[in-house]
Write a protein that binds this ligand. Structure first.
Ligand code: GLC
Length: 719
């Protein structure tokens, strides 16, 4: 693949276990001299204390029986290590017992592990050693699991879909921007509880990062070190334990595609360590030019090209995003094993969910755009095998922001259990702009009605830009011009369209990309309404927010509240990033403000908006979590309402049936009774507006106020 680079070379096949024998020589040679076959062999090797296997296996020769044998050997080896260790007798007993559990779980995963590793590395003549090393990493990681988490694992093995529930509500925040330190985060538990949050995702600024532009924390310098200004890893572990006591599952990011250029692996690569050079893609100009023409620029306004010159190695390094983010080379099995180690480290600190960043990029193949390659699901499946063996209490979330057909292959029980529902934000804001839910209904019908076994994370805004990601085939079928629709979104929500209520900024300067940065509040009209001090505009903006939140809370999956973006209080854009030279080129900072906890700097009207948005959201989350069992994962059926502006769908499970109606228009919308009675909605309670009040008589239909939504639960004796 990269014949003269330090990456994977399928022609030179050798053992991953040989490298321990040649370290001195490797370190004395500079990275720039790495092109002889001998060096390639050395660079490909994987250090391990295990003995070198005599038998070589490739894809077709390696069978399930071989994997069973490897499991036996691995367990035997670990068993004797435990017996010979200095641990106390009781610790040894506990570990040996757990080893049995891990062996049992591993047996159930061997078939999957074999087929996925064969797909990834089956052409290597040292495949058996690769297999052994990876399985060993998983089991060794599992052995480090603290008792409390082993208990959690047990519970969740019996209830593997625990997260697919109406009680699941996720929030996300940057600790540094929200409350500065981990100490203070403990004090925020009341906030999380009042929003009924049970999954809390800490954004990656929690980690040690390079100074300057670190892509909002997505250039991670060490997965094992917390930024000292925020706290320590010990503190983080304590915070996680205390969250768990409050019923909140902690979640963290893992940039599976890259590390920062200051990560110890990258530092070692820069210092000439051939093994660590093999973790990345280091190329000569000619080599990188073979890839570059097919690659896309992710941040075209900021940076052209996907490679960065590194003077230490005199090579170009593959950096898809920013120059501080070095792409990892999963063609090298050592990278997969090393990353698995980091995942297990975080899992063992108590992270119950890991968010896999930039998933579509993790497999690179020459001659392609290196996006969505066939090996991506195999890598995810392998991590999933690890999770099922070593940490079944943990789940993964896939971050891939694109068309549904592209991102679906990454989400599922055997992949990442959760995935961002990347098309939903577009459709929500698009429907609001057009005051028409037809395209939204079509998308929900196509992508959320069928039982595909995926759990989506639903949101109106996340920490990144709002992007026009939608099903292009569906757009075509619906007579929608993709480019025009994307441009319309960008123009409207950046405030350029005449009569727009919104204030945002284009993320990419080309409006055809359909990308806008802004908080939920500013997109929905709060900023403009506050500037105009117009009570009617304020009411409309607040109601738009409630409308979108009510849909996010009721479609299948898990709602996500972006706390740093201020989703809980109609936060408006923060323009201060323009004064910061590390941030001013990246408009996403517009919607990542420092949280002003005590509202001191806000004027009375703004505080009023914040209170109302918060009360509305807290109420929606409470009703969802307490009263709406039908709102878990389950199915939905999109139904007609007789009005293009009114979205209608049914959620139903064995406990409950609900009809959701959502009016995307700024005018009242009457709904004819026939659209209600055909779903047995003759008499119903709207859980949003009058939870305990009398049932509504729907015989003569119903009228929704501008931007109103309803969660109608039929009253049985009247049906
Ligand atoms: C993901 C993150 C985004 C980051 C990129 C590179 O898309 O959400 O914020 O810039 O990955 O890590």
């Amino acid at each position: 693949m990269y014949p003269n680079s330090v990456g994977y070379n399928p022609i030179v096949q050798h053992s991953i276990l040989d490298s321990d024998k040649t370290p001195e020589k490797d370190h004395s040679t500079s990275g720039a001299e790495c092109s002889t076959p001998l060096r390639e062999i050395e660079m490909m090797t994987m250090s391990s204390s295990a003995s070198v296997s005599q038998t070589r296996f490739t894809r077709n020769e390696f069978q399930l029986g071989d994997s069973k044998q490897i499991l036996k050997e691995t367990v035997g080896q670990l068993e004797s290590e435990i017996r010979n260790s200095n641990s106390s007798a009781s610790e040894k007993t506990e570990k040996l017992e757990h080893l049995k559990v891990l062996e049992h779980r591993s047996s159930g995963q061997l078939q999957r592990l074999t087929s996925n590793l064969k797909a990834l590395y089956g052409d290597r003549h040292d495949f058996k050693d690769v297999f052994k090393r990876i399985l060993q990493t998983f089991i060794a990681g599992g052995l480090e699991r603290p008792s409390e988490l082993k208990e959690l694992d047990k519970q969740r093995e019996n209830n593997p879909n625990w997260f697919a529930s109406n009680k699941s509500i996720e929030a996300t925040l940057y600790v540094d921007r929200h409350c500065k330190t981990l100490d203070n985060l403990e004090k925020e538990i009341n906030l999380f509880k009042s929003l009924n949050v049970n999954i809390l995702h800490l954004m990656p600024t929690i980690y040690k990062l390079p100074a300057g532009d670190n892509d909002g924390g997505y250039a991670i310098s060490d997965f094992r070190t917390v930024d000292p200004d925020i706290g320590t890893m010990d503190q983080l572990r304590d915070v996680f334990t205390s969250m768990r006591k409050h019923g909140i599952s902690p979640a963290m990011d893992v940039t599976v595609n890259h590390t920062s250029h200051e990560h110890p692996w990258a530092e070692a690569a820069k210092a000439g360590d051939p093994e660590k050079q093999g973790f990345y893609f280091l190329m000569s100009e000619a080599e990188k030019n073979e890839y570059q023409p097919n690659l896309i620029d992710v941040f075209p306004d900021i940076r052209k090209g996907s490679f960065t010159w590194n003077k230490d190695t005199s090579k170009f390094v593959w950096t898809t995003f920013k120059s501080s983010q070095w792409d990892l080379n999963y063609n090298n099995p050592k990278v997969l094993a090393a990353m698995a180690n980091e995942l297990m480290f975080l899992a063992n600190q108590g992270a119950e969910m890991l968010r896999f960043d930039a998933v579509p990029l993790i497999s690179k193949k020459k001659g392609t755009n290196c996006l969505y390659q066939e090996n991506v699901p195999h890598i995810l499946q392998t991590f999933n095998v690890m999770q099922k063996i070593a940490a079944p209490g943990m789940i993964f979330k896939s971050e891939a922001i694109d068309e549904p057909k592209l991102i679906k292959p990454y989400v599922g029980h055997d992949l990442c259990q959760l995935g961002y529902n990347a098309t939903l934000p577009f459709h929500l804001w698009d429907a609001l702009k057009h005051q028409d839910s037809t395209f939204l209904s079509a998308a929900l019908t196509k992508h959320m009605q069928t039982p595909e076994g995926r759990v989506w994370v639903n949101y109106t805004r996340c920490h990144d830009e709002l992007a026009a990601k939608f099903d292009s085939d569906l757009a075509k079928e619906s007579g929608i011009d993709r480019r025009q629709r994307s441009e319309e979104l960008a123009h409207f929500y950046s405030g350029a369209t005449e009569g727009s209520f919104s204030k945002g900024k284009l993320f990419l300067s080309n409006p055809a990309s359909g990308t806008v940065s802004a908080t939920q509040g500013s997109l929905a009209g709060v900023e403009q309404a506050l500037q105009n001090k117009d009570p009617q505009q304020i009411e409309a903006a607040v109601n738009r927010i409630k409308l979108l939140n009510s849909v996010v809370m009721s479609v299948p999956g898990i709602p996500l509240i972006n706390l740093t973006g201020g989703d809980d209080r109609g936060q408006i854009n923060d323009y201060s990033y323009l004064q910061d030279s590390d941030k001013k080129h990246d408009s996403r900072w517009l919607h990542r403000p420092m949280r002003d906890i005590d509202f001191k700097q806000k004027d009375a009207l703004e505080v009023q908006v914040m209170d109302k948005v918060f009360t509305d959201l807290a109420e929606l989350t409470r009703i969802r979590a307490q009263d709406m069992p039908a709102f878990g994962a389950g199915l939905m059926q999109v139904v007609g309402t007789g009005k293009n502006s009114v979205l209608g769908f049914i959620r139903e499970n064995d406990q409950q049936k609900v009809m959701v109606l959502a009016n995307f228009s700024d005018k009242p919308q009457p709904i004819d009774s026939k659209y209600l009675s055909r779903h047995n909605m003759v008499s119903a309670i709207d859980k949003i507006s009058q939870e305990d009040a009398q049932a509504l008589n729907l015989d003569t239909g119903i009228e929704l106020a501008p931007y109103q939504s309803m969660w109608l639960v039929p009253v049985e004796n009247k049906t």
